[in-house]
Design a binder for this molecule. Structure first.
Ligand code: SOE
Length: 391
């Protein structure tokens, strides 16, 4: 805050990649001070970048940025920019983040952090050397009901954790005619369902139950080729291409499942599960109770305790609201509805709080690197059909 306590400090943001995620992040920059006042810092949408000039120009107006460019160097080399926000496909995260860290910019990077463990390590170490603040956009852990689950676990309410399971199921790529966007090309995305959606729940489970020691995984590619779409814009299954459109091989996983050794855990991710749209779930069993969460009903956390009377024991629903984590900034009555936008606003709040208070936000590049190690172990395990150590 200014000395006279009048208004919070401002910081300029340069956002790179003007697709679906740019929309989510832009709303968060605008909305964060409205939800969490006084804001730790007010983000100013300075410049948006997209390789495609028409998209960049339109995004400037649509997402309310002051200027646009087609070259990400214009953001990274711009002394006026304080924060670089990377919303590009995964294959350029490392190059941009390393340059931004060397230029002393704080960085928000979309998930997964990188294509490989080596890239993720270099991103993490460069950020550390340059003493900047980082955040990887695993936003689902910011859902108040997930934070409430963490509170129950930390308070010992469910006792010692025995086992857990998680899923991330979607169906937008279940149709064989849905196009081969960059999310199905290993050289651009690194991995398929695992990196795109599985890593969100890996992040959530690490947050809730702790680090993974070993994994035993299987992956499958159900649809070996898809019609090729032009351009990098991601239709997320919505485009239907002409029947004669050339097809190309998919070289990443459509589905991935694995067992986890830390406590005993199991997990499945796929984008080919008809009827499941954003079915992120976890169920955690402890010696004293259980917790269950499903993002499709994200205002709710289901809890059950061993200490409940025998004739009334069963899952009951807690609706998150003003008395729960982040609740003071969000809506004043439980069950008014937390959405994707709110998770992004909380993420943005945590990031700027970290800058204002000289701490690190969570999950940061160190967490992103750890998740890359886990993903690498999962892919190795699926290849070798053996348990693989994460470290
Ligand atoms: C597509 O599967 C996608 O947009 C993911 O990339 C996001 O991370 C997820 O939040 C929504 O679905």
């Amino acid at each position: 805050m200014d000395q006279n306590n009048a208004s919070p400090k401002k910081m300029n943001v340069g956002l790179i990649g003007a697709g679906f995620m740019a929309k989510a992040h832009s709303i968060a920059y605008a909305g964060m001070p409205m939800f969490f006042w006084p804001a730790p810092i007010i983000p100013v949408k300075k410049m948006i970048v997209d390789m495609n000039e028409a998209i960049a120009k339109e995004a400037k107006d649509k997402f309310a940025f002051e200027s646009y460019s087609t070259d990400w160097h214009d953001v990274v080399n711009n002394p006026e920019i304080d924060v670089v926000d990377i919303c590009t496909p995964n294959n350029v995260h490392a190059e941009i983040a390393i340059a931004a860290a060397k230029a002393g910019k704080h960085i928000i990077c979309e998930k997964p952090l990188a294509l490989t463990v080596d890239q993720a390590r270099e991103m993490y170490l460069t950020a550390k050397e340059n003493n900047i603040k980082t955040l990887v956009a695993f936003n689902y852990r910011k859902t108040p009901a997930v934070q409430l689950a963490k509170k129950y676990i930390e308070e010992g309410a469910i006792g010692e954790i025995l086992d857990f399971r998680g899923t991330y199921l979607q169906d937008w790529s279940a149709d064989p005619e849905s196009p081969l966007s960059w999310r199905f090309q290993k050289n651009i995305c690194g991995s398929g369902a695992l990196g795109d959606i599985g890593t969100h729940v890996v992040d959530m489970l690490r947050f809730l139950v702790g680090d993974f020691k070993k994994v035993n995984a299987r992956t499958a590619t159900y649809i070996p080729e898809r019609p090729v779409q032009s351009g990098l814009t991601d239709s997320l299954g919505n485009a239907r291409l002409n029947k004669d459109t050339p097809r190309k091989a998919v070289d990443v996983d459509d589905q991935c499942m694995f067992m986890i050794e830390c406590e005993n855990g199991a997990f499945e991710a796929t984008r080919n599960a008809w009827g499941r749209n954003n079915y992120i779930t976890f169920e955690i069993h402890g010696t004293l109770g259980s917790l269950y969460f499903n993002y499709e009903r994200r205002d709710e956390l289901q809890v059950c305790f061993a200490s409940d009377p025998d004739d009334r024991r069963g899952f009951r629903t807690i609706y998150t609201g003003p008395n729960h984590p982040y609740g003071n900034g969000l809506w004043p009555i439980p069950a008014l509805g937390i959405g994707y936008t709110e998770t992004k606003i909380v993420e943005c709040y945590d990031f700027f709080n970290a800058i204002a208070n000289d701490t690190q936000a969570s999950p940061n590049f160190e967490d992103g690197y750890e998740i890359e190690l886990i993903s690498d172990a999962i892919l190795k395990s699926a290849q070798t059909h053996t348990w693989v150590d994460v470290h």
